[in-house]
Design a protein around this ligand. Structure first.
Ligand SMILES: Nc1ncnc2c1ncn2[C@@H]1O[C@H](COP(=O)(O)OP(=O)(O)OP(=O)(O)O)[C@@H](O)[C@H]1O
Ligand SMILES: [Mg+2]
Length: 242
């Protein structure tokens, strides 16, 4: 089943075309990796999917229904499309448990007991139970990212969007998050993951969507992109790495 279908999507900020002619299908259970230079439009594309950014033109269907336009329940949409940000975006004044349970209480209307049980269930999956009473400042980067992912998954989203989930992490923690994403994939979670990290990309997928100046230039196996000798943009992006 196609969960997300993007057609001819475009976004301009003023005169600047940030996304042009984006077409993309995401199937149930699939993991897509999105790479591209800084400023190529990766975050903007993810943000269009849960209406944090309003596209200028085109269409996005989620489970067969258009999600752009005025008559869409954006709040309901955001429950279905979870978002994990680069910088964790945890509430620093709330404990780990409160960070995960807050949206369950506020958005799902759960009582404290039920919300805490659900939150603890998610945290347990990521070996974070022992840290439930800590504040974000008392956690490592990898642990914070686990909390952020637990929080997104607690809403039982149909799709999880991850924007550079390892960019603030060292290589060991980065591998850890990669393994975690693989586990989620194994459990059938549908994901789009933006990353600069070629190690993470190849850990979680054998294909990459390559975004260049707002256009999807390639949807290809990683080794094909990394060994390309003809396209200067691909060489500039992948060449300097290894
Ligand atoms: N709210 C905004 N207003 C104006 N311009 C914006 C806004 N958000 C993004 N842009 C511009 O859109 C372009 C794409 O930004 P975006 O954040 O999508 O890039 P990115 O590929 O995620 O980059 P990075 O790898 O650095 O995170 C950039 O030129 C950026 O300056
Ligand atoms: Mg970005």
């Amino acid at each position: 089943m196609t969960v997300i279908a993007i057609r001819d999507l475009a976004k301009k900020f003023g005169d600047q075309a940030v996304l042009s002619g984006i077409n993309l299908d995401l199937q149930q259970g699939e993991v897509k990796v999105l790479m591209g230079s800084s400023g190529s439009g990766k975050s903007t594309l993810l943000r269009c999917l849960n209406r944090l950014v309003e596209p200028t033109a085109g269409s996005i269907q989620f489970k067969g229904k258009e999600i752009l336009g005025p008559n869409v329940d954006v709040r309901a949409l955001r429950k279905q499309i979870g978002f994990v940000f680069q910088q964790f975006a945890l509430y620093s004044h709330l404990t780990v448990l409160e960070n995960v349970s807050l949206a369950l209480r506020k958005l799902e209307g759960m009582g404290t007991k039920e919300a805490n049980e659900k939150a603890l269930h998610e945290l347990a999956q990521f070996e974070m139970t022992a840290h439930q009473s800590k504040y974000p400042s008392q956690l490592s980067g990898g642990q914070k990212q686990r909390v952020a992912i637990s929080r997104a998954l607690a809403m039982d989203p149909a799709v999880l969007l991850l924007d550079e989930p390892t960019s603030a992490l060292d290589p060991v923690m980065s591998r850890d998050v990669g393994d975690l994403i693989n586990r989620l994939h194994h459990n059938g979670i549908t994901m789009i993951c933006v990353t600069h990290d070629l190690g993470l990309a190849s850990n979680i997928s054998d294909r990459v969507l390559f975004l260049d100046k707002g256009i999807i230039r390639a949807d290809e196996r990683i080794e094909v992109l990394a060994n390309d000798h003809t396209d200067p943009d691909l060489q500039a992006f992948f060449g300097k790495r290894e």
